[in-house]
Design a protein around this ligand. Structure first.
Ligand SMILES: [Fe+2]
Length: 202
């Protein structure tokens, strides 16, 4: 009799505790496939949203790659300019990181699906892969400048396309944030590879 009571008690406790237990290992089909547009009432044509989302995903993959290259160089930099470049590379990393979020969120607000994971970024970016090992400063800076130029070239084309499609928000993001930030960073980097004497005038 006592055994029956205790079984009933255990079952009651289990019923209650089951409500507090996390439901883990869940999987379900995607709610929106990559490359599609889930339209929002944003007064833009579906074609404008689709083209901007596609362009912005390319820009996103390249910006994530450039951002991460800055962190790589921030960690791996060497030589007499170590301290200033260590700080500069991290500053540019942070600025690119801001842009990454703005681009990704713009893709979502256009009704698109933004890239996110390293595998997808690696398959999409146009920026050449650097070696895993360390490189000297001129090589690091050249790689960064090349990446900036790839990004700036596509950004100019994409800004014009957004303008033609009357997608003013995307045009503004690309011109005001992507292009202006990248141009400024190109200047700061380029001045580090001007071969001027640092102690005695020639
Ligand atoms: Fe750091």
């Amino acid at each position: 009799m006592a055994k029956k009571t205790s079984v009933r008690k255990n079952e009651a406790v289990e019923r209650i505790v089951s409500r507090a237990r996390p439901v883990v290992n869940q999987r379900a089909p995607e709610i929106q496939p990559y490359g599609s547009i889930a339209r929002l009432p944003n007064a833009l044509s579906e074609n404008a949203c689709a083209q901007s989302a596609e362009n912005l995903n390319q820009l996103l993959a390249d910006t994530i790659t450039l951002r991460d290259m800055y962190k790589k160089h921030h960690w791996q930099v060497s030589g007499p300019t170590f301290y200033q470049l260590h700080l500069l590379f991290d500053k540019h990393y942070e600025e690119q990181n801001e842009i990454v979020d703005q681009i990704a969120e713009r893709i979502q607000l256009l009704g698109g699906v933004s890239l996110a994971m390293a595998h997808d970024v690696a398959e999409t970016t146009l920026i050449p892969r650097p070696p895993r090992g360390r490189e000297e400063v001129p090589g690091q800076i050249s790689r960064l400048l090349h990446a900036h130029e790839i990004l700036l070239k596509e950004a100019h084309t994409m800004a014009r396309q957004a303008d033609e499609n009357e997608d003013d928000g995307t045009n503004d993001l690309i011109v005001s944030d992507v292009i202006r930030t990248n141009e400024l960073q190109v200047w700061f980097l380029s001045e580090h590879v001007v071969d001027v004497p640092i102690v005695r005038a020639e």
